[in-house]
Design a protein around this ligand. Structure first.
Ligand SMILES: Cc1cc2nc3c(=O)[nH]c(=O)nc-3n(C[C@H](O)[C@H](O)[C@H](O)COP(=O)(O)OP(=O)(O)OC[C@H]3O[C@@H](n4cnc5c(N)ncnc54)[C@H](O)[C@@H]3O)c2cc1C
Length: 381
């Protein structure tokens, strides 16, 4: 499993004294989105329920790094999201107010202030989408993704969790509405509780239990440039250009944003994406003209209709829990969700903070408003 499974297992063992937890992974630790993401963390989401969870998530990194004694390279360099239309600026005002009301640092900047923050930014009018302003979120930044996966795996194993790599779940056993165990390509495992947290493959696992989830598996692509001297000191993203970028501690510019708009399970990259990223980046950050891309890759994101996750349990099957639907937000939320899912599984009582994310919201027409944020000022990690 990825960081959601590893974090839940770690907290089950560490905070709830469970010494018989198993993590089942078809390939290897970090094979899914957990080892492929662009490592951006932030807490300035659109709706209050989301802001609360992500804010706790952002604050958890420092404690986790200390507790696991593992350097996850947390770099809280701040995130700037640029806006290129009056409509997007209006939506940003709402997001900033939501964050501020929740005690999260977020502020609106005019285009001159954006330039003061990131001197390399092009704020001229002669580009396709001139910048009108930005939303600055100082506590966000980046955390090294594979360090998080391995730090959690090591921590979980130290607390007695069994991690089974190269083991594929092939079936979920249910008797009289209760979970009794799972089947794998290496044998049967009995258990009264099963958590599905399989990233882009979550819907396929849920189908094994007879549950159809409202999830679309979508391919996201990303890439890095050759290393440069330190020049970009913040994460920058633009909804209109559909691009985001940050400079890693190695000096590479890591960039992404494009999400293939049709459901699929491939992890291919495409020339269309390279061209799009290159064009968008040189308009926003002209110093990147002529810089070479070094590596490109893709992963699968499990997107719900309201772009918020499904954190659900014991309904309609006793003992079956779901932690799926993270789309392109599931890295920053991994450890904190694991902490609360562990509490949920241990007590069989849904923690207050997870209540907005019930699976039932889709049939009760109580969608979260997160999609409004994404479509008004554009998707950004
Ligand atoms: C290119 C890209 C950029 C992204 N950027 C960001 C970002 O900047 N910030 C952010 O917060 N999020 C980002 N994301 C999203 C984030 O990576 C995911 O939401 C997150 O990693 C999901 O973690 P997970 O633990 O739920 O699932 P995963 O890490 O995907 O792990 C699921 C695991 O389940 C295993 N599995 C599947 N089927 C089975 C089976 N039948 N049996 C056993 N094991 C199985 C898979 O092998 C996989 O290892 C990005 C994603 C991509 C692809």
């Amino acid at each position: 499993m990825g960081i959601h499974g590893l974090a839940t297992a770690y907290f089950l063992a560490k905070e709830h004294g469970m010494n018989n937890v198993a993590v089942i992974e078809r390939r290897y630790v970090g094979f899914g989105g957990s080892g492929r993401n662009t490592a951006i963390v932030r807490a300035n989401q659109r709706t209050q329920g989301n802001v609360r969870l992500y804010d706790e998530g952002l604050k958890l990194w420092a404690t986790l790094i200390r507790d696991l004694d593992f350097n996850m390279m947390f770099y809280n360099c701040g995130n700037l999201n640029t806006f290129h239309s009056e409509g997007a600026l209006g939506a940003a005002r709402l997001a900033v107010s939501t964050a501020q009301m929740s005690g999260v640092r977020s502020e609106l900047l005019d285009r001159k202030q954006c330039k003061e923050l990131i001197p390399e930014l092009n704020i001229e009018d002669n580009i396709k989408f001139p910048i009108l302003g930005g939303m600055y979120h100082p506590p966000g930044g980046i955390v090294r993704h594979d360090a998080v996966a391995w730090g959690l795996a090591k921590g979980a194993a130290r607390h007695g969790v069994h991690i089974h790599q190269k083991t594929e779940v092939t079936g979920i056993d249910i008797e009289h509405g209760k979970i009794t165990g799972i089947r794998t390509n290496r044998g049967i495992m009995k258990s009264p509780r099963v958590l599905i947290c399989a990233g882009g493959w979550g819907a396929l696992l849920a189908q094994m239990a007879g549950i159809e989830l409202p999830l679309h598996p979508l391919t996201i692509q990303a890439m890095v440039t050759q290393p440069l001297k330190p020049v970009l000191h913040h994460v920058i993203s633009s909804g209109a250009y559909h691009v985001y970028a940050n400079q890693t501690l190695k000096g590479e510019i890591a960039t992404g944003a494009h999400m293939d708009p049709w459901p699929n399970y491939t992890t291919n990259t495409t020339p269309h994406y390279f061209k799009h990223q290159a064009e968008a980046l040189v308009e926003l950050l002209p110093f990147l003209r002529g810089v070479k891309f070094m590596r490109h890759w893709a992963g699968i994101a499990d997107m719900t209709p309201d772009m918020a996750p499904i954190l659900h349990g014991n309904d309609p099957i006793e003992g079956l829990y779901l932690d799926v639907g993270w789309g392109y937000f599931g890295f920053k939320s991994g450890p904190i969700t694991g902490k609360y899912m562990a509490q949920y599984i241990a007590d069989a009582k849904r923690p207050e903070i997870l209540k907005p994310f019930s699976l039932r919201r889709f049939e009760e027409f109580r969608h979260t408003g997160e999609t409004a944020g994404a479509f008004s000022y554009g998707p950004w990690n």
